[in-house]
Design a protein around this ligand. Structure first.
Ligand code: B4P
Length: 189
């Protein structure tokens, strides 16, 4: 199995690049953001609870997202690998993911980190907000998301750097330039 984490701050292009990666490499895409938005649109109890956090620029509690990923991994026992998009977002989630993969005799091969300057992130998220209907469409929520990323999520890159699988990339080129850089890492694995 080839398991990749696509990592980076809000608006760095994780969802955008995941679409390119699954098309070229045939990995199963697991996006916690997409899974949570699906729960919200189905108005499940989990979704209604998650919405309170997401609308406020906060991370959803670890137990909720770890449970979602656990059940998705079980639903796809024959996948040739996974691209984890937006997960893990805390060190606790990273430890849980490692344990889940160990149970399948597998591990994370690479954490690909998209590095984008803060002003560019804000510009992209404000642009996305005009068409997406998502709640992170204003500076107040965007700033909260960036603070949450620095406080809770950035450490996940250090966790995987200590395992020797952290691949930081410049993520502020065009979509195709960034995909080229990701492809260089993927092809070497
Ligand atoms: P996510 O849905 O994961 O998404 P994101 O961080 O907002 O954006 P992403 O990096 O995917 O950017 P995109 O490709 O769209 O998270 C949403 C929320 O869900 C979180 O705030 C949190 O509350 C919750 N959540 C999710 N996972 C969680 C977890 N594990 N634990 C707890 N809570 C969790 O790109 C942004 C825009 O930029 C797009 O419009 C795109 O077209 C544009 N763009 C992309 N690349 C570009 C490029 N190279 N040049 C120009 N524009 C580009």
């Amino acid at each position: 199995m080839l398991n990749i984490i696509l990592f980076g701050p809000p608006g760095s292009g994780k969802g955008t690049q995941s679409a390119n990666i699954i098309e070229k490499y045939g990995l199963k895409h697991l996006s916690t953001g997409d899974l949570l938005r699906e729960e919200i649109s189905n108005e499940t109890a989990l979704g209604l609870d998650a919405k309170r956090y997401m609308d406020n620029g906060q991370l959803v509690p670890d137990a909720v997202v770890i449970g979602m990923i656990d059940s998705k991994l079980q639903q796809h026992p024959d996948a040739k690998g996974f691209i984890f998009d937006g997960f893990p977002r805390t060190t606790e989630q990273a430890v849980a993911l490692d344990e889940l993969l160990q149970g399948k005799g597998s591990r994370i091969a690479a954490l690909i980190s998209l590095e984008v300057p803060e002003e560019e992130l804000k510009r992209r998220l404000l642009d996305r907000g005009q068409v997406s209907g998502r709640s992170d469409d204003n500076e107040e929520v965007i700033n909260k998301r960036i603070i949450e990323y620095k406080n809770k999520t950035a450490a996940v890159a250090d966790y995987y750097a200590a395992k020797g699988v952290h691949h930081p990339l410049k993520g502020n080129g065009s979509i195709s330039e960034t995909f080229q850089l990701i492809g260089n890492v993927m092809d070497a694995l």
